[in-house]
Design a protein around this ligand. Sequence first.
Ligand code: NAD
Ligand code: TYD
Length: 351
Amino acid sequence: MILVTGGAGFIGANFVLDWFRQSDEAVLNVDKLTYAGNLGTLQSLQGNPKHVFARVDICDRAALDALFAEHKPRAVLHFAAESHVDRSIHGPADFVQTNVVGTFTLLEATRQYWNALPGAEKAAFRFLHVSTDEVFGSLSTTDPQFSETTPYAPNSPYSATKAGSDHLVRAYHHTYGLPVLTTNCSNNYGPYQFPEKLIPLMIANALAGKPLPVYGDGQNVRDWLYVGDHCSAIREVLARGQSGETYNVGGWNEKKNLEVVHTLCDLLDEMRPKAAGSYRDQITYVADRAGHDRRYAIDARKLERELGWKPAETFETGLRKTVLWYLDNHAWVAGVQSGEYQNWVAKHYAA
Ligand code: NAD
Ligand code: TYD
């Protein structure tokens, strides 16, 4: 079986659901279920004996050791993290704990388990670390995209802790020979994304008749990757990636935030028209994020050249699917917009 951390979050859950569409290999899903983890996303796997869920914190070494001993995974896919930049600005401590201490604890548990594996299993074992392009810092409009050799220059507490975790993973390969793979991907979007991130937040607010809060001048650029494409890239890297290598994953979709919000409004105007006017009327400019990175962009040519991976979705097809999903799954959105979510919105958007 494979061990997936953070498999109740946005990307991890999409990965687990996708995995069972392609494979009959079992999954041990290890997730602490923070505000961002949601078992409702995995409802279709209820009763499936190949999906084993363990509510465990990756900082809990004893619990991890017990899971390794019982389930003997052939690979670890590490998605679990605190993942939201704005939250890292309000409260960085959880980010250091999960992203740095948690990754370290998971690496230590993995190393002990891996060391005791018999020869062939030891050689075939993989630790795949899921990271972000934000570790590379911010680009100007004319800079080339991030490549695998771009120097690290993280700017937010979130990206600094992800960079720290990347360095630990690298060091465990270099020092102990642990067979690791690291992927650095751009901004994901798609079904089951928590409505604190740009795209699901804008859809949820638009439908609720609330303001669409654009930070600063709305000209910051992100490079959008459909989550299903990210999942297929991770499967490729796990199957055929070179131990010790890093791979950038991107969708070749650089867009300014305002462009994204306009496109979302236009899709909603078409699919769920308002009684009068356009969703664009709800756009509101709000104070900029502290230390807001101007532009991210990924050069994903290594993955294409070496493993033949290319994204299947364009931004247009992926965004249309995503809007449709949110329109059809209002119950999921309402379910995650619980008390904690309300507190976040009140605190963060108060100003
Ligand atoms: P998410 O916040 O939606 O989900 C994170 C999951 O990890 C949740 O299920 C949460 O319960 C779990 N978790 C958090 N702390 C934990 C702990 N201490 N122990 C066990 N489980 C814990 O995040 P996501 O968007 O799905 O991101 C997944 C990974 O991909 C992260 O490592 C993130 O840094 C990376 N990434 C995300 C994006 C993006 O656009 N969402 C882009 C690049 C990289
Ligand atoms: P986000 O989805 O938080 O991802 P990240 O910060 O990891 O790139 O934000 C994407 C972009 O959208 C980022 O430039 C900040 C901006 N943004 C807004 O303008 N308004 C919002 O309410 C949010 C959540 C983000």
